[in-house]
Design a protein around this ligand. Structure first.
Ligand code: NAD
Ligand code: DAU
Length: 379
């Protein structure tokens, strides 16, 4: 592939910042343009280590601004787009679905249309071009707990997916699973996925889509379970567990997602879809206990002494019971697999938040307290 000028949208966010870092460090011959509106979730401090790299540029822009993006495509001669910018938090989507439709649906459409007009104006048209859309496993809906012998998670195997299937039955999200989103967030992501595929089917745009499971790791905004709970345990604040804490998520270390994105951007088949996940299913309550034990140990407290912070609160509306990704296609066809076992990843993650208190303090100052009060006061 002869790509040179690559736009990464949402590069100041959690996953985007890991993707930008990987590309800037690994591909000095590329020009990486981080395009981000810097909403509450975007933070340039996530990229301090590479901000002066010669192959890196930041552009503050709203993906819904069609004219500005079309001009950028022309000015920078963009030949690759990795699209991560989105409103990403389910709880916020329940309170304010319009913002999710605007950014996730209209914003994605705006990028697609601008890319189409620019690429179709070139002599080589779509040759050597790529639009890579990052989506989520939540578009597939929710699974039951289906282990044939009634065994419950954690299922933390990273052994071959075939073994995993044999051991735990066949109820996973496959690339062919029918879309069945339940939250305004997942409905908006599903809609954007459909637009991306429609641009391939209708105009021949070279697109690729991936659907990934829950990410964890450094630089995640503390509205999401893992950083929020680490921060609360550190400050000995209540841990608001939705419902009975029995919902299951499949957790992947964010750097492994970034590695998968790199591989698929370069080697993924045009118009194809790949699921990305860790074969690493945990009930929320079990993860929360791991977090308490780990934070306590690393802070020199007695391990488990903060268990009484666990506070069961009203469940999330429409709360999906279980997500579980089958990523065997990606393993089989492109040779990707997670590099970190969960135990190692979670230890690294807790250490990172404890060692980077300034980062956490900065993002939890200002409007964060208002958000927190608004989101949790009625639970
Ligand atoms: P995030 O909320 O941490 O970051 C989103 C970024 O997008 C922020 O930098 C924000 O400023 C930017 N942004 C938001 N609206 C914008 C707009 N209108 N114009 C330009 N920039 C805008 O999100 P994340 O967790 O890093 O997720 C990134 C992508 O990956 C999303 O598309 C999400 O749906 C998807 N995804 C996330 C997970 C996960 O576990 N976090 C899992 C699977 C897929
Ligand atoms: O599956 C991929 C998705 O994972 C991504 O597409 C989303 O962008 C990302 O936010 C994440 O969605 P979840 O809703 O699964 O993540 P969250 O961290 O918000 O919640 C994880 C689980 O923890 C979920 O079952 C709800 C529960 N939870 C969450 C919070 C914030 C609580 O019990 N208490 C809380 O305070």
């Amino acid at each position: 592939m002869s790509m040179k000028n690559i736009v990464i949208t949402g590069g100041a966010g959690f996953i985007g910042s890991h993707v930008v870092r990987l590309f800037v460090n690994k591909y000095p011959e590329y020009h990486i343009i981080n395009l981000d509106k810097l909403t509450y979730a975007g933070n340039l401090a996530n990229l301090k280590d590479i901000e002066n790299a010669p192959n890196y540029e930041f552009v503050k822009m709203d993906i819904c601004d069609f004219d500005a993006f079309y001009k950028l495509m022309q000015d920078k001669k963009v030949d690759g787009i990795i699209h991560l910018a989105a409103e990403s938090h389910v709880d916020r989507s329940i309170k304010d679905p319009f913002t999710f439709a605007r950014t996730n649906v209209m914003g994605t459409l705006s990028l697609l249309q601008a890319a189409k007009l620019y690429w179709e104006s070139l002599p080589e048209k779509y040759e050597g071009k790529r639009f890579y859309h990052i989506s989520t496993d939540e578009v597939y809906g929710a699974l039951e707990l289906t282990h044939p012998e009634g065994i419950e998670p954690p299922f933390t195997t990273t052994a071959s997916s075939a073994e995993h299937h044999l051991a735990y039955g066949d109820k996973f999200f496959l690339e062919t699973t029918k879309y069945n989103p339940h939250s305004p967030y997942s409905a908006s992501k599903a809609s954007s996925d459909h637009f991306v595929r429609a641009f391939h089917d209708t105009y021949g745009m070279p697109v690729v889509v991936t659907n990934c499971s829950n990410n964890y790791g450094p630089y995640q905004f503390p509205e999401k379970l893992i950083p929020l709970f680490i921060n609360n345990i550190r400050h000995r604040m209540p841990l608001p567990v939705y419902g009975k804490g029995e919902n299951v998520r499949d957790w992947l270390y964010v750097v492994d997602h970034a590695r998968a994105i790199d591989l698929i951007f370069h080697k993924g088949k045009i118009a194809d879809t790949y699921n990305i996940g860790g074969f690493n299913e945990w009930k929320n309550i079990d993860i929360i206990k791991v977090l308490i034990n780990t934070v306590d140990r690393l802070l020199g407290r007695k391990e488990g002494e903060d268990m009484d912070l666990i506070t069961y609160v009203t469940d999330r509306a429409g709360h999906d019971l279980r997500y579980a990704i089958d990523s065997s296609k990606l393993q089989r066809e492109l040779g990707w697999e997670p590099s970190l076992q969960f135990e190692e990843g979670i230890e690294k993650t807790v250490r990172w938040y404890l060692d980077n208190q300034e980062w956490l303090d900065n993002v939890t100052s200002g409007d964060y307290q208002k958000y927190y009060d608004n989101m949790y006061k009625d639970r």
